[in-house]
Write a protein that binds this ligand. Structure first.
Ligand SMILES: [Zn+2]
Length: 256
């Protein structure tokens, strides 16, 4: 084997390793992205559940307030009834027509007030009744959602643990993989990858770099297509590789 052929084969192997490294890095990046969104997914489920809970709490607060109103109205009615009794007790001591008329006016006013209070009481009780009837449905809805959320959270936490394990495995494989690559190439790859959206190795199509879509020098494109030399794009610095178009095959042409 002459020196030239040996050098070419070495470069071929390095290029394949770089492509493999990129595949591993893509896998790592995808895993990291999947991992990043999980806390947000759990938080939004939690928020939805809290929304349901606060709806239930608001309804309960409304009911409590209606109960307070009802008891206040009961007290008011009782006070007016006492007022009425006391006013009527004055009747036997009345001496003049004027006094008598004044008492009648007072009892009429009390009657009107009592009617008003009773109407209001009825209104509050009807509203209270309607609100109380909403509670069981809303409670059941909340409990159902709570169970669903617990299941969802468990599922997401299991998913997180699984991805974390896959990520650790992929990172270990990546380290191992990187050890097979020429350290100088590896550090160049790492630098380019960091600077260029985690993409350090790209395909060429025709004479175009698929990373930056700039045309390559024809000689560079030729050598990349031949797959015999490690090249970096002169515009974006990414390493370049070429996947040949699959040969068109017909059934009869496939060797048995
Ligand atoms: Zn480029």
């Amino acid at each position: 084997m002459n020196e030239e052929t040996e050098k070419r084969e070495k470069e071929q192997i390095q290029l394949k390793l770089l492509v493999g490294l990129q595949v591993k890095d893509n896998e790592i990046n995808d895993l990291k992205k999947s991992l990043e969104i999980i806390p947000g997914q759990i938080a939004s489920g939690q928020k939805e559940l809290e929304g349901k809970k606060s709806k239930l709490n608001a309804l309960q607060a409304e009911i409590d307030s209606l109960k307070k109103q009802r008891s206040q109205l009961e007290q008011d009615a009782k006070a007016e009834a006492d007022h009425m009794a006391k006013t009527k007790m004055k009747l036997p001591t009345v001496k003049t027509n004027k006094e008598y008329t004044a008492i009648l006016h007072e009892t009429d006013a009390i009657k009107t007030k009592i009617t008003e209070i009773e109407d209001k009481e009825l209104e509050v009780m009807e509203l209270l009744d309607a609100k109380e009837q909403e509670i069981p449905g809303l409670e059941a809805e909340f409990k159902g959602e709570e169970i669903q959320f617990k299941e969802y959270k468990q599922k997401k936490e299991a998913e997180k643990a699984r991805i974390q394990k896959e990520l650790a495995d992929a990172e270990a494989q990546r380290t191992q993989f990187g050890q097979e690559i020429d350290p100088k190439l590896l550090s160049q790859y790492n630098r380019v990858s960091q600077a260029r959206d985690n993409l350090g190795v790209v395909e060429i199509k025709g004479e175009t770099c698929q990373g930056c879509h700039q045309n390559l020098q024809p000689q560079v494109a030729l050598e990349v297509r031949a797959g015999e030399k490690v090249h970096q794009c002169q515009s974006c610095d990414r390493f370049l590789y070429f996947i040949p178009e699959p040969e068109p095959q017909t059934e009869s042409a496939v060797p048995k």
